[in-house]
Structures are given as C-alpha cells and as structure tokens.
Design a protein around this ligand. Structure first.
Ligand code: OOG
Ligand code: NI
Length: 315
C-alpha cells in the first residue's frame, strides 16, 4: 500500500482528530466526481483491477472565479484550516488565470488505504482573473456570484454536496462566457465541483507505474487522452510527466429550460521522477519527498484544455 514521509515518525499530524472529518469531506467530493464522470470512474476501476491497493492521488484540482471573495481563497481556506501549506503561484496570462498549489500536512493515516484514504494529495486551485474579462462577461459572472449571497464561505461544502452556490444560468450566458473563456463557462455550470483527481503513477506497483505504459493502457481500453501539445506533458527538467483524459460531458438544464451538454471533469496521471541528488538511493528507500515536487506552468496550460470544445469534439 501507499507509504508516506510521515511513517518515518518524525512529525505528528497537525489536524489530528479532524483528519477523519477532513478525509470524509474529500470522499464526498470524490463521490460527486465519480457519479458525474463515468470515464474517471471506469479508469479508476480499471487501474485498481490491475494494481490493487496502491492507488494514490498526486493532487486534486478546483476552479474558481477570482472576484468578490469567490477566488482561490474561497476553496483554499478549507485546506489551510486542515493543515495544508500554500506553495507556489503559477500564472497563465493567455488564459487570464492564476493558480496556487498547497502541500498536505503529515498524515497519520497514510499507508493504511488507497485513493482518498492513502497519503493526502496536493491541492491545485486556480482562478479566473475576472477583471480582465469583457464587461459583458464580467456582468454575468458578478450576477451569479452575487446571487450566491455568502456562498463563497461554503465552497468546500458545495463541492462535497455537488451543488452550485449560485442560480443556474441561461444558456445564452453560458455561451457568452464560452466564447471568451472556456474556463469561465466551465466554472459557471460546475462551480466548486472537483475538476480532476490525479493518479500518482510512480506509486503504482505494476508496469503501469511508467506513465507511458499507463497512457498506452488507457488508450487501448478505448479512452481518449488530451492531445494538446502532445499526450505527454514533460517539465523542462524532465522530472514531472503528466497526461490527462478528455473531460466527460453531462447534460445540464439551464434556467430557461434548455438542456444542453456541457463539459464536466477529467482524470489526470502524474509521474514524479527521483531528484538528481537522490538518484543513487536504493529503490526501496525512495519516498515521495525524494521526487520532483510542484507543478509546471507550460504543462498546466495544456492540461486546462482537457475540458475544451476542441479536445471534446476531436475524433
Ligand atoms: C487545471 C489544469 C492544470 C496541472 O496538474 O498542472 C493541472 C485545470 O484544468 O483546472 O491540473
Ligand atoms: Ni492537475
């Protein structure tokens, strides 16, 4: 099963009694995600059937509207309260987005389970730079965040229940946002829902621990991978390798009664290679902290496209 740094016994968790509650919330977020996204569910089942009980999550990701208290902080506060630490900022000027990632506290239960019950994942939260949008788009976003009242205080609750904190939009409003920012349109209809979970491939035990093998296995089983900039996204140092599926679609009933298909969530895979200074460590001694940490802006920029029309409509 999954082994983490905390098993060395050097640190005690900072969330203690709250850990079961915290994991319960993550489990609810995951269950909303699995119910809405058959591809993610099928792939998790498939990987599980080959590589039993060593499935660990590298990170979970969320999207937000960076306006009036609805940005990164609205979701981050939950993770910060449960012991996470804010790490680096990533900027995406072309997409008018920014993101922060958060590292987990040492977790006492790590190694006792898989998935959400394994080592706590990193958290990646992005936000749309709303003030850089056109007046029309800004007006729509402010209309819905405004209709939410103090919903920004309950982002994590909304995510775990699978509810929007704002009213459902008109289809024309969704289309206006989509014409300017597919990220904005996605966030309007998916709200705080989990955008993706990421399987940590190097922590698998079979041949699937090689991300290229896993990608091949996923495609052989009939699932489509996001091909933007090539299927495999590799950081300049070569040590962070990522790939993702094309998002599922879900039928969404807009407030004007129109029911249309909208992009939902996807699943990602990440392989973190051992840092050069630890390359001589025996395989059995390698822990997560010996590996490449963090995220990579150029790769992330392409992974965002997993929910784009271009990827969804590809044949
Ligand atoms: C996030 C895309 C970036 C990563 O791991 O770099 C990302 C998103 O689609 O919201 O997941
Ligand atoms: Ni990701």
């Amino acid at each position: 099963s999954c082994i983490s740094q905390s098993e060395q016994g050097s640190h005690k968790t900072s969330i203690q009694g709250g850990e079961d509650f915290f994991r319960g919330v993550l489990e609810s977020m995951q269950s909303v995600y699995l119910n809405r996204n058959p591809t993610a569910k099928a792939i998790l089942d498939l990987v599980h059937s080959v590589d039993n009980n060593s499935l660990c999550y590298d990170h979970l990701a969320f999207r937000t509207f960076g306006v009036n208290g609805y940005g990164i902080d609205s979701m981050a506060s939950f993770f910060l309260d449960y012991g996470y630490t804010q790490r680096d900022e990533l900027r995406f000027p072309g997409k008018k987005l920014r993101a922060l990632w958060f590292s987990p506290p040492d977790d006492s239960h790590a190694g006792t389970g898989s998935g959400i019950n394994g080592p706590l994942p990193r958290i990646f939260i992005s936000e749309l730079l709303v003030d850089q949008m056109s007046p029309k788009t800004q007006e729509i976003i402010k209309k819905y965040t405004g209709s939410s009242g103090t919903g920004n205080k309950y982002a994590a609750l909304a995510s775990s229940l699978g509810l929007l904190t704002w009213e459902k939009p008109l289809y024309s409003e969704f289309q206006q946002l989509a014409s300017e920012s597919e990220y904005a349109a996605w966030t309007l209809v998916n709200g705080h829902a989990l955008n993706h979970v990421t399987i940590s491939t190097h922590r698998l035990k079979t041949h699937l621990r090689d991300i290229n093998k896993l990608n091949q296995f996923i495609e052989e089983n009939g699932f489509r991978l996001n091909s933007e900039g090539g299927v495999l996204k590799v950081s300049p140092d070569g040590l962070l390798q990522q790939s993702s599926t094309v998002a599922d679609s879900v039928s969404f009933q807009f407030s004007d009664g129109l029911t249309e298909s909208v992009p939902c969530s996807y699943i990602e895979f990440a392989e973190r290679l051992v840092l050069p200074q630890y390359k001589n460590l025996p395989e059995t001694e390698i822990k997560e902290f010996h590996r490449r940490d963090g995220f990579e802006v150029a790769s992330a920029d392409k992974i965002f496209e997993s929910t784009s029309k271009e990827q969804l409509n590809r044949v």
